[in-house]
Design a protein around this ligand. Sequence first.
Ligand code: ATP
Length: 311
Amino acid sequence: MTQNWRGKAVHVRAPGKINVFLKVGAVMPDGYHDVATAYQAVSLYEDVRAYDADDFSVAFTGSIDSTGLLTDGSNLAIRAARMLAHRAGYRGGVHLEISKNVPIAGGMGGGSADAAATLLACDTLWGTELGREELLGLAARLGADVPFAFTGGTAIGTGRGDRLSPALAKGQFQWVLALATFGSSTPEVYRELDRHRDRHAQDIFPAQTQPTVDADVLQALRAGDPHMLAESLHNDLQAPALHLAPALAQVLEIGEANGALAGIVSGSGPTVAFLAADPDGALELQLALGAARHTVVRVTGPVHGARLIGD
Ligand code: ATP
């Protein structure tokens, strides 16, 4: 194939996320569940480089094997670029090179980070200057987690998770991530939760009650206290994720037996995130999980959202 892109790249970096708290409510009329979540952006990044081109294309590199990922119009990054071009009336295209470090279908919002970074990169490359609010509106149309990948930091998400309000957070939390060799389908994990709730009528979330983020999570984030946060980590999707991938229970056990303050399935999984007390604790945990043949990454949070990088 002849190269049809040109010029200097616009480079944008966007983070993956952990849901330190996720409560799932009733199914809404649009088919999505009503959720209340506390997101934290962590230092595992997607790097998107956007080049001027006549049409739309994407190629992947990076630490994650992306060979199974479709690069056609269904790819979230291409969808983001096309949506922005359509909205701005831009008639050209873009070639995207994405260095992927967030696991695919890992519950860490990697595709969402690609979409958020692409919106900002194309807005800059094409000089569309839509402004932050308008870009956030497009982000919400692309997926529930895309607005958060755009804003980063620590935030509360309600509705589908796309209605964001910032949360006060102090300091840096130390996380060790155990990456799985397989992915989880987010809709499938929600379906498993619904099946479980149907089987156990007493667990059904009252349809009229909106889920909220517990006050002790907000307090732990405000205090920057990992011990407090460890006590309040919560994910309603953890049980269905474990049901679909029982091997994750053993990963949680290994981490918790090796000094993790707590472990939690990230979003719909299968990535498991362990909270450590300090950098030394995180290093020890990384070694222990590595010795048990798990692929592990040490990250910190919160970090910034999608932003331009000067190369
Ligand atoms: P979330 O936690 O937001 O539900 P996730 O981290 O579990 O997402 P992603 O890697 O963001 O999962 O993507 C899930 C699916 O979306 C993939 O299985 C893939 O088929 C599709 N997809 C489309 N575009 C991308 C992309 N650029 N990167 C990753 N997956 C993509």
